[in-house]
Design a protein around this ligand. Structure first.
Ligand code: B12
Length: 277
């Protein structure tokens, strides 16, 4: 986790912008368990306004309200907040490895492993949202980039949806995988966090620390700063592309090599490591 101190950030304070620069206007949406329509509408809108006020929005205007069945109402509220955003206190996880082209990644893998890198991917738990993991793994890829199946030096085993943790561990062992990529899209009741912790604990139990595959988890609602808490090596969130992931895997393998070799000093970058071989 690093603080954004780049040119865009340094010392700047900004406020939201609705009608005029810095007017603090924001829009938010939410659902309340109250009915809407007829005599209920005013009370429902008042309830939405009260919530917005308590959240620091003043004035708060209900600009949209719609019944969601007989007992719920969906609201959009527009209003002013008085909070300031201090850009140099923004915490982000920056990419700390070089972005490689497929050609560079293939070359690095060949030099590092002298064989193909094996990657096992799956959606675990009851999650059936495979579009995200397929975007990273399938040859057709995502955002104009080809997926990992396109990389000559990567062998992809895509287990698909609703894979249990024991199935995942067994297949990873059978394939002698170097890396495990799991996807979690459903966040209801923190399922993504619970499933990820279960997965990382199972791998810690099944492998000696030095031989454990690189554990990567991805999905749109993860906080990339939670790696230690979830017991994984890297978390990827919205907008991840296959090259981000391939480059990270090369970097992680190079780092492991460096550590296994007991090399002194700080770890070198993946490409430096490869260049030295
Ligand atoms: C398509 C979809 C479905 C399809 C899934 C089809 C399939 N084969 O995947 C179907 C219709 C089956 C479905 C079902 C359900 N869905 Co749905 N679904 C969606 C939808 C519309 C799009 C998801 C998607 O494909 N995004 C596109 C991909 C490319 O984006 P992504 O997943 O974020 O992936 C990117 C990154 O996150 C990252 N990434 C993701 N995974 C990984 C993994 C690794 C290793 C890495 C490195 C990166 C990475 O890289 C990807 C590319 O950048 C979303 C709403 C939305 N607009 O997001 C709801 C949504 C995810 N679904 C939702 C729900 C509730 C359900 C159901 C429970 C509905 C129901 N009551 O039945 C079921 C659950 C089924 C199940 N068992 O999982 C909710 C989840 C809410 C929550 N808080 O958890 C959402 C958010 C809709 C909503 N607003 O309510 N769904």
């Amino acid at each position: 986790m690093t603080t954004a101190t780049g040119a865009a950030g340094a010392g700047r304070v900004v406020r939201p912008y609705g009608d005029t620069t810095g007017d603090g206007m924001v829009q938010m949406s939410f659902t309340l368990p109250v009915p809407y329509g007829g005599a209920h509408s005013k009370v429902a809108e008042g309830a939405a306004q009260q919530l917005a006020h308590k959240m620091g929005m003043d004035p708060a205007m209900v600009v949209h309200a719609k019944a969601m069945g007989p007992d719920f109402t969906f609201f959009v509220v527009y209003g002013r907040v008085h909070h300031l955003v201090e850009l140099d206190k923004v915490q982000v996880v920056e990419r700390d490895y070089p972005l490689l082209s497929p050609k560079e990644a293939n070359l690095a893998i060949r030099k590092l492993l002298r064989r193909r890198m094996v990657v096992v991917g799956a959606c675990i738990g009851t999650d059936a949202h495979t579009v995200g993991i397929d975007a990273i793994l399938n040859i057709k890829g995502f955002a104009g980039e080809k997926g990992l199946e396109y990389y000559r030096e990567v062998r992809v085993v895509n287990m698909g949806a609703q894979v249990s943790v024991p199935q995942l561990v067994a297949r990873t062992q059978q394939e002698k995988a170097d890396a495990v990529l799991i996807s979690q899209v459903v966040t209801q009741r923190d399922a993504h966090l619970l499933n990820t912790r279960e997965m990382s604990a199972a791998f810690r139990e099944a492998y000696p620390a030095a031989d454990r595959p690189v554990l990567v988890v991805g999905g749109p609602r993860f906080d990339e700063g939670m790696t230690a808490e979830l017991g994984v090596d890297r978390i990827f969130a919205r907008g991840t592309t296959p090259a981000d992931v391939a480059s990270y895997l090369v970097h992680a393998l190079a780092l492991r090599r460096h550590r296994h070799a007991g090399a002194p000093g700080p770890a070198r970058s993946a490409m430096e490591e490869v260049a030295l071989r």
